[in-house]
Design a protein around this ligand. Structure first.
Ligand SMILES: Cc1cc2nc3c(=O)[nH]c(=O)nc-3n(C[C@H](O)[C@H](O)[C@H](O)COP(=O)(O)O)c2cc1C
Length: 331
């Protein structure tokens, strides 16, 4: 007896889901905290947040934690679509357990998605590039494509017009000034000086020496020596975009993170360098300044700098936790 085209065995579903969870581990996260846990149980893959990895001072409300987890969820979905699996995703499926963010189930097979394959290939090339971008501008068509992808994920994209970039710079600057207390300083020191075995945190090799920028870049090593030079550019051609949504409800922040991942992977696939900037959304007053840039129509989730770098050397990969520490496999 031949089995129907759509039929997926339990073993096949489990293999594909576990592979998707593994691929998701390369997702970006605030301070590279990787605040997520995966659990494969039967033929269901569950994503949960790991509150012990929330940044108490930098991310008191847990917004960046949810955005980071949304990134991992989107990475997993890309892996499944690229492998030709149809999947159903239920977000925040259990009101009693708010840490349980998503349940993924495979519902059948389909032709491997060509676009998802491009994004899947970008997963391993994507880096947060904190160097200055050069004068080559990001064209309108590219920004339109990115906007549509963000909207497909249920969020919105605002491209900050050139003449309002100084306002963005002020809000990032104000936020950096507000974050100079001892609690923020200790948190930054902790996550930039992680022992190698933890597989997390922001290593000095990926931090960039301070220099004058159109919008300040977070100084990850105020007392140390960053591994990269800012380069020849001055961010002249950089585009600054704001991913935003209609509310700061957890499900919307999760979708904001999915949109972030879609944007970063597409930009990487197209040869753009990318760098998330979250300082201005971490502090209430600068976040209000950002809302003004959106004319008050939405809740800002994350700023991303996009552009091109002249330098031919690549940014080294940041570490990741071991799959066995993050993915639990049960029968
Ligand atoms: C929600 C979020 C906020 C982030 N905020 C910043 C930021 O303000 N400044 C920065 O340089 N990188 C920021 N990043 C980038 C992370 O530091 C980076 O993803 C992490 O260190 C892993 O490195 P990778 O992106 O190169 O894999 C942010 C990432 C996420 C997902």
């Amino acid at each position: 007896m031949t089995r129907p085209e759509q039929y997926v065995t339990r073993a096949e579903a489990r293999t594909a889901l576990e592979a998707a969870a593994r691929e998701s581990l390369r997702a970006p996260s605030v301070f590279n905290t990787q605040p997520w846990r995966w659990r494969l149980i039967g033929d269901v893959l569950e994503l949960a947040s790991d509150p012990s990895r929330r940044l108490g001072a930098t991310d008191a409300e847990g917004r960046l934690l949810l955005i980071s987890c949304g990134g991992a969820l989107h990475h997993a979905g890309v892996s499944l679509a690229a492998g030709g699996w149809r999947a159903e995703v239920r977000r925040l499926p259990d009101g009693q357990h708010p840490d349980l963010l998503a349940r993924i189930r495979i519902t059948g097979r389909t032709t491997p998605d060509a676009h998802a394959k491009e994004l899947a290939a970008a997963v391993h090339r994507r880096r947060t590039d904190r160097r200055a971008f050069d004068a080559r501008p990001v064209d309108e068509q590219t920004l339109d494509r990115l906007r549509r992808l963000v909207e497909d994920q249920g969020a919105y994209l605002h491209v900050v017009p050139d003449d309002r970039v100084p306002e963005l710079a002020v809000s990032v600057d104000e936020a950096a000034d507000a974050n100079v207390d001892q609690a923020h300083h200790s948190e930054l020191t902790e996550w930039t000086h992680r022992p190698a075995w933890t597989g997390d945190g922001v290593p000095a090799t990926t931090a960039v020496q301070a220099s004058l920028r159109r919008v300040p870049v977070r100084d990850f090593l105020p007392d140390g020596s960053p591994g990269m030079l800012p380069g020849a550019g001055h961010d002249e051609g950089a585009a600054y975009v704001i991913i935003f949504g209609s509310s700061d409800a957890p499900v919307d922040l999760l979708r904001g993170g999915e949109a972030m991942s879609a944007l970063l992977l597409q930009a990487t696939a197209e040869g753009l360098a990318t760098a998330p900037i979250s300082e201005a959304v971490e502090v209430a007053w600068p976040r209000r300044l950002l809302s003004r840039l959106l004319s008050g129509v939405g809740e800002p989730y994350l700023v991303v700098r996009l552009g091109y770098v002249e330098e031919t050397d690549t940014v080294p990969p940041s570490p990741r936790r071991l799959p066995t520490d993050v993915i639990t496999v049960e029968d």
